[in-house]
Design a protein around this ligand. Structure first.
Ligand code: GRG
Length: 304
């Protein structure tokens, strides 16, 4: 189906539905292998997430494909990459919610995985989702050199120089006063790295040239940070039912946030400037980047 004529909301909804179907297909069935483990993996991934990372993969792919090209192998490759980033993301949420980290009971409006199953199963579900993500990248029907680039990017972004490293800094930051540069560095790693990887993976799989990659990198850096600024604002302005997770956790656990460091007004000003930077970065890419522009607005305007 061509989605070119859809307005942004329709496109986003159809992308979410498509992503969920792809994830459903790529996840192991409950009746093969270890039943409880597979059930927990499916529960973690198929819960009602926003699928922003998958949407970034598809939108960056769209912006990178030659205009009008059918490129069916690349389009199929985007399914694998989108599923891979959502699986890494789901694993990170499962582990983040564990008693040894944030100790949370609610995620995506439902009991967290360790609450619904048990702690060992939650650990193992996260552990199993990680390699599955890389197995999917290895199966992409694109040139082997692009697969290698994609694997390297995802590994780096999820590892100790990216998400896991950012989480380690976050764990250490309880009760600390962080300067805004240190806070930014932590968030670039913890939250930004995986959002940036989603954008860049879309570009890699769709064969983006260096000029397009440059635009995607600048866009990704801006939205990666914007996402976290919104998260910090929502933690103090929203409620648990709307967010589907416990609000006020950061203040309760004495963690530094954009709001605690620069206040609500300062955080909103930063957000407006990041949104502008994201759109600016897309300008040279032309109309095929319109979905990326829509996602930047969605991220800035989201209420959950
Ligand atoms: C355990 C290695 C490891 C890392 C955890 C992702 C993460 C790092 C922690 C989650 C804590 C948190 C709430 C971070 C703020 C930004 C964020 C990642 C929010 C959740 O992402 P959404 O809103 O979630 O895209 P959905 O449920 O919509 O997919």
């Amino acid at each position: 189906m061509s989605t070119a004529q859809l307005d942004f909301d329709e496109w986003f909804q159809s992308t979410v539905a498509h992503t969920t179907a792809v994830l459903d297909e790529f996840l192991p069935a409950v009746d093969e292998g270890h039943q409880r483990l597979h059930e927990a993996m499916r529960y973690a991934v198929l819960g009602p997430g926003k699928r922003v990372r998958a949407a970034l993969v598809y939108a960056a792919g769209e912006a990178s494909l030659e205009a009008g090209s059918a490129a069916s192998a690349q389009r199929e490759g985007l399914d694998y990459a989108a599923a891979a980033v959502e699986m890494i993301h789901a694993y990170s949420l499962v582990h983040d919610d564990l008693p040894c980290m944030d100790d949370d009971d609610l995620r995506r409006g439902r009991p967290t995985v360790h609450r619904r199953f048990n702690e060992a199963t939650a650990m193992l579900a996260g552990d199993a989702l990680q390699p599955l993500a890389f197995e999917l990248l290895a199966q992409m029907p694109v040139a082997p050199a692009l697969i290698v680039q994609a694997v390297q990017l995802l590994a780096r972004s999820a590892g100790s120089f990216g998400m896991a490293g950012g989480q380690a800094i976050d764990c250490d930051s309880v009760g600390q006063v962080l300067q805004s540069e240190a806070l930014q560095q932590m968030h670039r790693m913890k939250t930004g790295a995986m959002l940036e990887a989603s954008v860049l993976l879309g570009g890699i799989v769709a064969g983006a040239g260096s000029a397009v990659r440059e635009g995607l990198e600048a866009y990704a850096a801006a939205v990666g940070l914007a996402f976290q600024v919104v998260d910090d604002i929502l933690d103090v302005t929203s409620d648990t039912v709307t967010l589907g997770k416990t609000v006020g956790k950061d203040a309760a656990s004495d963690k530094p946030t954009y709001v605690s460091v620069m206040g609500l007004t300062g955080s909103r000003e930063l957000l407006a400037s990041l949104r502008e930077q994201a759109h600016e970065a897309l300008r040279p890419l032309g109309p095929t980047a319109c979905r990326l522009g829509g996602i930047a607005d969605f991220i800035v305007g989201r209420n959950h």
